[in-house]
Ligand binder design. Structure first.
Ligand SMILES: *Cc1c(COP(=O)(O)O)cnc(C)c1O
Length: 363
């Protein structure tokens, strides 16, 4: 198998053992004479996979099934921007939102259709080049929930420490750093993540919700949009994204075999440091996009050339060196190296080397 260094922001690189096992399962799953793509979502091939995916997700997050429910849905993280307020926010109620990036801004906008939004902090004035400070959450007891984005995929900032939301139930879009940072996940009332960045293939979205918070959700919702109903039906109200759930479960097993989220975080810190160190060593040549070092993402490393006329030259050298996906998001430009859990350390070392060499030769 030919592999390049795939820095894509999402869908993104997967662990090779996961790809190998999934490719086998596409031909035949568990001696059944059928492909994983061909089996019933209510049959004996899929049943244990579905249950294991939910169980393993909680295990990896160090949460108990008594306290937390897992929901696996289609629709992506973007659908949760709507479902979260649809389920939990009513007219006359307030939700706190932190506006730290394009994705969080979209979530915030959706919530406004359901209730009052208190913008607890925003860094839009500096083009999201840092996490907003200070954060002004509603007084204790006043907010229905607070919403953050733990990793701002487009801009390259990340909460490595969770903010204190004055006791409001903390909810988060963790699409690009779920399972990458060893948070105390019991601090979340609800978290969600599309699988395609750090947790598998596109098509399934993970929602983890504390059962006592879920019990306060609105009841009169269309069934497909009701977190309570989906949890009650164990995400089998209709056909789940079978193959994506299967791959998600393989990734859960892979993370456990690697030593869990704590081991992931330790590796992610080392990997990101290789690249940031190379950028910081040539400040007259490279310009990291995030203004505050402590806010730098371990997942999405955003940077620019001081002399942008060298952009194409750099990208073509990256290509020669078997690197792909380094172009920044179309809205922000520059470069972005996405180095999620499954991205190999050697790829980070190779990019660091290229950054250093390129600066030496062209600077
Ligand atoms: C990619 C991304 C999204 C969008 O995810 P979809 O699954 O495409 O809806 C939302 N939030 C964050 C933080 C992301 O990185």
């Amino acid at each position: 198998m030919h592999r390049i260094y795939n820095f894509s922001a999402g869908p993104a690189v997967l662990p090779v053992p996961v790809l190998e096992e999934a490719s086998q399962a596409i031909l035949e799953i568990g001696g059944s004479g059928m492909s994983i793509l061909e089996v019933s979502h209510r049959g004996k091939q899929y049943d244990p996979i579905h249950a294991a995916a939910m169980e393993n997700a909680l295990k990896v997050l160090n949460l108990s099934p008594e306290e937390y429910a897992v929901i696996l849905l289609g629709g992506g993280a973007s659908t949760q921007f709507t479902l979260l307020p649809m389920n939990f926010l009513a007219a006359g109620e307030t939700a706190d939102y932190v506006d730290a990036g394009e994705w969080g801004a979209k979530a915030l906008k959706e919530a406004k259709a359901y209730g009052t939004v208190n913008v607890a902090g925003s860094s839009s004035g500096t083009k999201y080049d840092r996490l907003p400070t200070p954060l002004n959450f509603s007084p204790r007891g006043a907010a229905r929930y607070a919403h953050i984005t733990t990793n701002n995929t487009i801009e390259g900032t990340q909460y490595l420490e969770l903010p204190d939301a004055n006791g409001a139930p903390l909810t988060s879009d963790m699409s690009s750093d779920i399972f990458a940072v060893n948070h105390d996940f019991s601090r979340f009332a609800l978290l969600y993540a599309g699988a395609q960045k750090n947790a598998g293939a596109a098509g399934v979205t993970l929602i983890v919700v504390r059962r006592d918070f879920l019990a306060t959700a609105k009841k009169d919702l269309p069934p497909m949009f009701s977190y309570a109903l989906q949890a009650d039906k164990e995400s089998l109200y209709n056909t789940p994204p079978v193959f994506s759930v299967y791959v998600f479960n393989l990734v859960m097993q892979w993370i456990q075999a690697q030593g869990g989220v704590a081991a992931m975080e330790a590796r992610n810190r080392e990997k990101a440091a290789l690249i940031y160190d190379a950028l910081d060593a040539a400040p007259e040549f490279w310009s990291p996009a995030v203004a505050v070092k402590a806010n730098r993402s371990l997942m999405n490393i955003t940077f620019r050339l001081r002399d942008e006329s060298l952009t194409d030259a750099f990208l073509s050298e990256a290509k020669v060196n078997q690197m792909d996906g380094l172009k920044g998001h179309r809205n922000v430009g520059g470069f972005r190296a996405s180095v999620y859990n499954a991205f190999p350390g050697e790829g980070c070392a190779a990019l660091a080397q290229l950054l250093t060499d390129f600066a030496r030769r062209k600077g």
